[in-house]
Design a binder for this molecule. Structure first.
Ligand code: ADP
Ligand code: MG
Length: 440
């Protein structure tokens, strides 16, 4: 039997046996390399992965493979060296399947509604219930990891579950895949197929439209697809990271069409919604998550829901490896290690302070009128760095540096900028200060 076939069958079976996340993380990356005599060789991406899989999924894998091959097998794992060709094949394969399947976990039931996403959720639900009739197009925009893709899939899952639309008449596609497929269709002269495929849809869900910025041919094609569907009263849902007007390098006629229907935004969730999301995700994965830990995670992550999930996963993985419960201490411990503190933008004041500290001066010296070399050079460096790392205009810098005039500010900045190129001592100094600035 062909290893690739076995691979496909095994994945298909396994995906039904374990949760999607487990499958995606631990099973999907495994490849059946060959089957000889009674031995099957599986390749995995790295040795940590190998240990984890052997410990946790070996038995399951073995029995699934035995079922497929129809005989007892021994299983051997090797760590593979990923080749580019293989990556590409896998990628293409995923692409092919990408718009016939919806992520089963992205449903309306699993979407936690709070003030930040209430409107988008209601609009998506209205569209799913009455495609093509209520809001067309529906345009959902919001920052990364806030649930846009989730809502698109929820619409797809909803209409399939309720049988309102033929499964092959609803299509989810990212603007990126749309573009790639367009390019391939052009290359292989399959444009008619391409057009027909999208124009026969009853619901077209297109994710991350900002991707087509600057891609004229894609915009052109999408424009015609849009018109055909719109005229046929077919539902179009578009997501984007920005409000239509704020999309750069996208044709006017497309932007204005995006405004024809309903525009719904998704804002970052508040703490309570974040906690509710964490509780929900924990429940889905059978993780016991105490409320204080949920609050701790919620208040120590950035706005994205994806980061929340990432934290939860890491903490629960850690707890399960160490066979302990999830506690606040444990969470603090783990999060301390990987949490990036919210990066504070650099201020002119801080730059002045750090430069002064470096040269054992006082901040007042830097902004004073003193012209001694021991103060002059640090002042020039501070100006140079302030220009580089803040958005202050030259005038503002002049003010913040004790009322220096425009010419002085420019001269100082340029002096350092040029001298750095040949004066290695100066260069080292500046780099050291930059490092200090980035450390906190
Ligand atoms: P986007 O497409 O906006 O970047 P996603 O839809 O991919 O974000 O969401 C990132 C992750 O966060 C997904 O796993 C999604 O299920 C989850 N998520 C986002 N918002 C919610 C929510 N309100 N309730 C439950 N899960 C959510
Ligand atoms: Mg997305």
């Amino acid at each position: 039997m062909d290893p690739q076939k076995i691979d496909e069958l095994a994945k298909e079976k396994l995906s039904r046996l374990v949760g999607t996340d487990t499958f995606k993380t631990w099973l999907e990356p495994i490849t059946v390399e060959n089957v000889k005599e009674k031995k099957v060789t599986l390749s995995v991406p790295n040795s940590f992965f190998k240990e984890w899989v052997i410990e946790n999924y070996q038995d399951k894998l073995k029995s699934v493979l035995e079922e497929i091959v129809g005989q007892d097998l021994s299983v051997e794992f090797i760590v593979r060296r990923e080749t580019e060709g293989r990556e590409k094949r896998r990628y293409l394969y995923q692409q092919e399947k990408s718009h016939t399947m919806f992520n089963p976990k992205y449903t309306f039931e699993n979407f936690v509604v709070g003030a930040s996403n209430q409107f988008a959720n209601a609009a998506a639900l209205a569209v799913a219930t009455n495609p093509g009739k209520t809001y067309n197009p529906l345009f959902i925009y919001g920052g990364v990891g806030l649930g846009k893709t989730h809502l698109l899939n929820a619409i797809g899952n909803f209409v399939l579950k309720h049988g309102t639309v033929d499964p092959d008449k609803v299509c989810y596609i990212t603007a990126e895949v749309f573009t790639n497929e367009l390019i391939n269709s052009l290359r292989y002269q399959k444009m008619d197929d391409f057009r027909n495929r999208f124009r026969k849809m009853n619901i077209l869900l297109i994710d991350d439209i900002q991707f087509i910025a600057g891609k004229e041919r894609t915009q052109e094609e999408f424009f015609h697809t849009f018109n055909a569907l719109y005229e046929g009263m077919k539902q179009i849902v578009v997501t984007s990271d920005k409000f239509p007007r704020d999309l750069e390098n996208i044709e006017e006629r497309l932007k204005s069409r995006f405004e024809w229907g309903l525009i719904a935004d998704i804002q970052p969730p508040d703490i309570e919604t974040k906690v509710a999301i964490l509780k929900k995700k924990a429940e889905e994965e059978n993780i016991v998550l105490p409320l204080d830990v949920a609050f701790y995670i919620a208040s120590h992550t950035d706005d994205s829901v994806r980061s929340l999930e990432g934290c939860l996963k890491r903490i629960s993985l850690y707890a399960s490896i160490n066979k302990t419960e999830i506690t606040l201490d444990l969470a603090k411990n783990i999060m301390g290690g990987f949490l990036r503190k919210k990066e504070q933008p650099l201020t002119v004041e801080r730059i002045i302070r750090e430069v002064a500290k470096y040269f054992s001066l006082k901040a007042q010296d830097i902004v004073s009128k003193k012209r001694a070399r021991s103060v002059l050079v640090p002042r020039q460096i501070a100006l140079y760095l302030a220009r580089k790392y803040t958005d202050c205009s030259l005038v503002e810098l002049g003010e913040k540096f004790g009322g220096k005039d425009h010419a002085t500010v420019i001269h100082s900045i340029n002096k350092i900028k040029e001298e750095i190129n040949f004066n290695t001592e100066l260069k080292n100094t500046v780099e050291k200060i930059e490092k200090m600035l980035k450390e906190r």
